[in-house]
Design a protein around this ligand. Structure first.
Ligand SMILES: Nc1ncnc2c1ncn2[C@@H]1O[C@H](COP(=O)(O)OP(=O)(O)OP(=O)(O)O)[C@@H](O)[C@H]1O
Length: 706
């Protein structure tokens, strides 16, 4: 506090010509003991009551000027002096008053010791308030106790920790609120020494505590306890620790990167670099680069684009410090705000990468080749998967048919009746992608007279009995589709000529018509006859034969692919189950043996028929041999009887084999002490096979082997 704050401006100002009488009356009027003598507003001295009385005693004249009572060079204070120093000055000089002047020595007031005292009291109160405020706003908890451990003061934070208001806590023993502190306080009182603790736990919270002796006149009269909650610092410390760990990880990751990496701030100033980047630019330490603009360090990198336009720049091929490099620049964003740019530079063994990419390109080409092949196969599957077979021959026929389907050439299918020629023809049509219909005509089933009109159609009134509006022929109907000429070997020679013309010219006229009709029908012919012999015998036209036989697919008879029989049986059984709403599971092994033993003159059609018949007779879950009625010729029936005899023998053999197998299983289980995995290993069979066989032979393992 400064003197000007506490001075009294109610002072008496005189000139040296004033009379004793006037000054005395001024002293009385203003209740002052001192008057300032000024000249041109400057202080030249003072007149006190005592100096005035002394002059009066000597002069005895109240009209005498005060001049001789003036005390020159009085004690003065500057208005800007501090009150503490002013107090000291007055005390040291043993004066009760001082004149206060400004910097020009003009009098601005009078100050007395009591003024200073009041100022000091006000200052102390002010400081005390400030101190209280400070204490109460501190997060740190401060409690002071007297020597009886009674609380004398505490700040707001401390109130929170003890959970009590001022009124309740002051005057209460601290042990009532914080018993964990009492011993430490007693220790301080006894030792008169400050004690610090790093970890004081109060209500599960960790504090740093200090116990400070409070002294007055050199004697301890209390203890101040300072408690600092460090939980939040611990949290910050652990976050700091995590951040440091992440930073270390990032550093290691950057170092581990084989390429050069630079991270800049949004303005392109380098914040981080890795070893690779230092090596690329012949630097030794990242400190040489941190804070510097990337464009000055590596001007070859077109960083402008990424810095100014915030654009991701991928894989630019440039030379940096003589190295061929591929540079990628990626702006980094956090909360939509650009916080920097990562620049990645691939420069090591770029040639190796080139080879690798080349290799990958080649692999990709290969993959797309295989993919297209796979597509072909699956398409093929889709169009021909209704043709059931496990025979490799049929599989290769399917893939040939699939290839042929995509072309335009005429196809001849040969094979015995019922081998699936029509099935293949339909598959070829489906796979061909032709938009027209699949139209079938059986040349053997239609009377010769009608065949021509069936094939080519007729116009109104073409012949007696013709329909009124005429009729479209199969060639018409099959336009842009497929015409399946079944049993082509049975086509009369007269019609063969006409057919040949259509195949050559792709045009024809209806019977009784004059209009030429163009047709784009794909011809698939089929026969179970030997067309070549017929050509030689002159019953089939050679030119037609070669015209229809551009692609030849021959279907082998079922007896040459008996491995298909089980699959065909399953397929037909499924089909008939659905059709007849039955739940037949299959044919027994004996019945299958019988089917495999048969020579199948009617091929798959015959198998289908026989199974259909068996379905009617079968009232169990499995089709038995007795449900199957094969069309056996006499001599074959004899063979069959013999084979039945063999079969009886075989079934005896089977019983012997079953018994032996059962015994072996029991033996293995006994050896393995009932452990099935072990027993299966001993028998060299799978665990599931063992379970199956145990069930089959009714072996109750639980009782027998545990
Ligand atoms: N591989 C097969 N998978 C499933 N069913 C087949 C198979 N082969 C033939 N079939 C069936 O056998 C029957 C006869 O087949 P398809 O009519 O195709 O024979 P085909 O050789 O044209 O006979 P045909 O010369 O007597 O006209 C049809 O019901 C057919 O569905």
């Amino acid at each position: 506090m400064k003197v000007k704050k506490i001075l009294s401006t109610n002072f008496i100002s005189l000139s040296k010509h004033h009379k004793i009488k006037d000054v005395l009356s001024l002293f009385l009027k203003k209740h002052q003991d001192i008057a300032c003598v000024v000249e041109k507003r400057r202080l030249i001295g003072i007149v006190t009551k005592y100096s005035l009385y002394r002059l009066l005693l000597t002069t005895n004249d109240i009209h005498h000027p005060v001049k001789e009572a003036i005390i020159y060079n009085p004690i003065t204070l500057n208005q800007n002096d501090n009150i503490y120093r002013s107090r000291e000055k007055l005390v040291n000089l043993k004066v009760a008053h001082a004149v206060v002047v400004d910097d020009r020595n003009h009098v601005v007031g009078i100050i007395s010791r009591s003024n200073i005292f009041q100022g000091l009291v006000a200052e102390t109160q002010h400081l005390s308030k400030k101190l209280n405020n400070l204490m109460n706003n501190l997060q740190t908890m401060i409690i002071s106790v007297d020597l009886n451990l009674t609380i004398t003061t505490l700040n707001h934070s401390a109130k929170k920790i003890i959970g009590s208001s001022n009124e309740n806590s002051i005057g209460t023993h601290i042990g009532h609120f914080l018993p964990e502190l009492t011993q430490h306080i007693v220790d301080v009182i006894q030792t008169d020494q400050l004690i610090d603790f790093e970890n004081t736990v109060i209500n599960n919270t960790t504090y740093i505590s200090s116990f400070i002796p409070i002294k007055a006149w050199g004697q301890i009269n209390g203890v101040m306890i300072v408690l600092e909650n460090v939980s939040k610092y611990e949290k910050i410390a652990s976050e700091l620790e995590t951040t440091k760990r992440i930073e270390k990880m990032l550093d290691s990751a950057l170092e581990a990167a084989y390429d050069g990496i630079v991270i800049t701030d949004p303005n392109g100033k380098i914040m981080k670099v890795n070893q690779g980047f230092l090596e690329l630019l012949d630097y030794h330490h990242e400190n040489e680069l941190i804070g510097k603009p990337i464009e000055t360090i590596a001007p070859e990198i077109p960083s402008e684009k990424s810095i100014k336009q915030r654009k991701q720049i991928e894989g630019e091929y440039i030379h940096i410090n003589g190295y061929k490099s591929v540079v990628t620049q990626t702006p980094i964003y956090r909360n939509n705000e650009n916080i920097g740019i990562i620049i990645k530079i691939i420069f090591r063994q770029l040639e190796l990468w080139k080879d690798l990419f080349h290799h990958m390109d080649r692999l990709e080409t290969e993959i797309s080749y295989y993919r297209s092949k796979l597509k072909e196969v699956s398409e093929q599957e889709a169009h021909f998967n209704h043709i059931i077979s496990s025979s490799p021959l049929i599989q290769s026929l399917k893939s040939n048919a699939h290839v042929a389907a995509k072309g335009f050439s005429n196809i001849l299918m040969t094979g015995e009746s019922g081998t699936g020629k029509e099935l293949f023809a339909q598959g070829i049509h489906n796979a061909s992608g032709r938009t027209g219909q699949f139209v079938k005509i059986n040349c053997a089933a239609i009377p010769v007279d009608l065949l021509e009109s069936e094939l080519f159609g007729y116009e109104e009134g073409a012949f007696t009995g013709a329909k009124k509006d005429g009729k479209a022929g199969k060639f018409d109907l099959a336009n842009e589709g497929t015409l399946f000429l079944d049993e082509i070997g049975d086509m009369p020679i007269s019609l063969q000529v006409k057919l040949l013309r259509v195949l050559q010219d792709k045009k024809f006229e209806r019977i009784g018509g004059t209009n030429t009709i163009y047709t784009d029908a794909r011809i698939i012919s089929a026969t179970n006859r030997d067309l070549l012999s017929m050509v030689q015998a002159g019953t089939f036209r050679a030119d037609l034969y070669y015209r229809i036989n551009v692609i030849h697919l021959h279907l082998p008879p079922l007896r040459e692919r008996k491995e298909d029989i089980p699959y065909l049986c399953d397929y037909f059984i499924q089909k008939f189950n659905q059709k007849m709403n039955k739940k037949i599971r299959g044919v027994t092994p004996e019945a299958l043996l019988m089917l495999k033993d048969y020579h199948w003159p009617g091929n798959i059609r015959e198998l289908e028929n026989i199974l259909e018949r068996a379905f009617h007779f079968c009232n169990k879950q499995w089709i038995l041999p007795e449900n199957i009625l094969l069309d056996l010729p006499k001599e074959r029936k004899t063979i069959k009887a013999e084979s039945n005899h063999h079969k009886n023998n075989l079934s005896n053999a089977k019983k012997i084999m079953d018994d032996t197998e059962k015994k072996l299983i029991i033996q293995a289980l006994t050896t393995a002490n009932g452990n099935r995995t072990e027993a299966a290993k001993l028998l060299h069979i799978s665990r599931s096979a063992l379970y199956y066989k145990m069930k089959k032979y009714h072996i109750k393992e639980l009782n027998d082997f545990h």
